[in-house]
Design a protein around this ligand. Structure first.
Ligand code: LMR
Length: 328
């Protein structure tokens, strides 16, 4: 046991997460795309692995593959349906092929902060969302927080007009494409692992992401600065395949679910702090962070507001109203 525990510690330190699995243990591969340190998802996935390997020894064995080393987000859900990976936590923007319900999370300025997102996810509507894709073979287990998105670019962005005509990387989401078009910018959907290179070589001029991703991927090093817009949310769904989940013995399934729920509660409570620390680390490393005054912020809200009406049919006017109720 001591040897197994130190092997886990070693592989975690290396960020590879290749635990030793014993015969007869259920093998759980968890694939994700971010870095492991100073990142809400990276830390949560590592903690989940550590606890499963310690507490379910002999029953289950988890391996985490971070940094898109196994799959990127465009591949991982198909791989899950094929049984090649058992857990993943793609951002809510990445589920478009499976459900349009998650589009509410991509609507600009829908949630004022991560607490509002948390409250919406805990509401009846949010809880039901986790089971909205079972017909397509996917089951959501828990929402994991990252945080609010900021805009970065190769020139200062203070008013929405500053983004006009510029190329911005977006996640593969129709809502985010529409959001950039509302600004008169040109949206370029692209895998997360390709963004740094695209910014560096000028394939795109800017991007939107959380502080932890802007820090973790070093985007700030190849951008003029980041503007603290908090204009949208980037959150995750820990997802599994219905077939695999149903194939587990009930005691294994229950213990895994319990550990996951505990890790979720612990790490979601820290996600804001992790992002604030990343924001500070960017400044400490010489990155520029710009804040908006009330007038500038109002201009961004107004410029992107037409996107809500465009997607009201997909997400439901009643859900928009429920989300707004939480914001007040
Ligand atoms: C992105 O593609 O920008 C994010 O979804 C990456 C992530 O998992 O945080």
């Amino acid at each position: 046991h001591v040897a197994a525990a130190s092997a886990v510690a070693l592989t975690m330190a290396a960020g590879a997460g290749l635990a030793q699995c014993d015969d007869g243990e259920v093998v759980i591969k968890f694939s994700h795309v971010t870095n492991t340190d100073r990142h809400p998802k990276g830390i949560a996935a590592s903690l989940l692995m550590e606890r499963v390997n310690a507490e379910m020894d002999g029953k289950a064995c988890m391996e985490v593959f971070p940094n898109s080393t196994l799959y990127n987000d465009d591949q991982v859900l198909e791989a899950m349906l094929q049984g090649d990976v058992q857990l993943a936590a793609p951002s809510l923007s990445k589920f478009e092929a499976f459900t349009k319900k998650f589009r509410i999370f991509d609507l600009p300025f829908m949630f004022k902060n991560i607490e509002a997102v948390d409250a919406f996810q805990a509401s009846e509507t949010g809880v039901a969302m986790k089971e909205s894709m079972t017909r397509r073979g996917l089951l959501g287990l828990d929402f994991w927080h990252n945080g609010m998105k900021q805009f970065s670019a190769n020139k200062p962005l203070l008013m929405p007009d500053d983004a006009k005509g510029m190329k911005f990387r977006v996640q593969t989401s129709d809502v985010l494409v529409a959001q950039m078009k509302a600004l008169g910018a040109s949206p370029q959907p692209m895998a997360f692992s390709e963004v740094y290179g695209a910014l560096q070589t000028g394939v795109v001029d800017g991007q939107e992401n959380t502080w932890s991703n802007i820090y973790g991927q070093k985007f700030f090093e190849v951008q003029n600065g980041t503007t603290e817009t908090n204009h949208g949310v980037l959150d995750y769904l820990v997802v599994t395949s219905v077939d695999w989940w149903d194939s587990l013995d009930a005691d294994v399934r229950d213990q895994l679910a319990t550990i996951l729920h505990e890790v979720t509660a612990t790490r979601n409570a820290e996600s804001f702090k992790v992002n604030q620390e990343a924001r500070q680390a960017i400044i400490d490393a010489g990155g520029v962070v710009r804040e908006l005054n009330a007038e500038q912020r109002a201009a961004w809200v107004e410029a992107m507001n037409p996107v809500w009406a465009e997607f009201e049919g997909d997400v439901g006017a009643e859900n928009i109203a429920a989300a707004q109720e939480i914001n007040t």
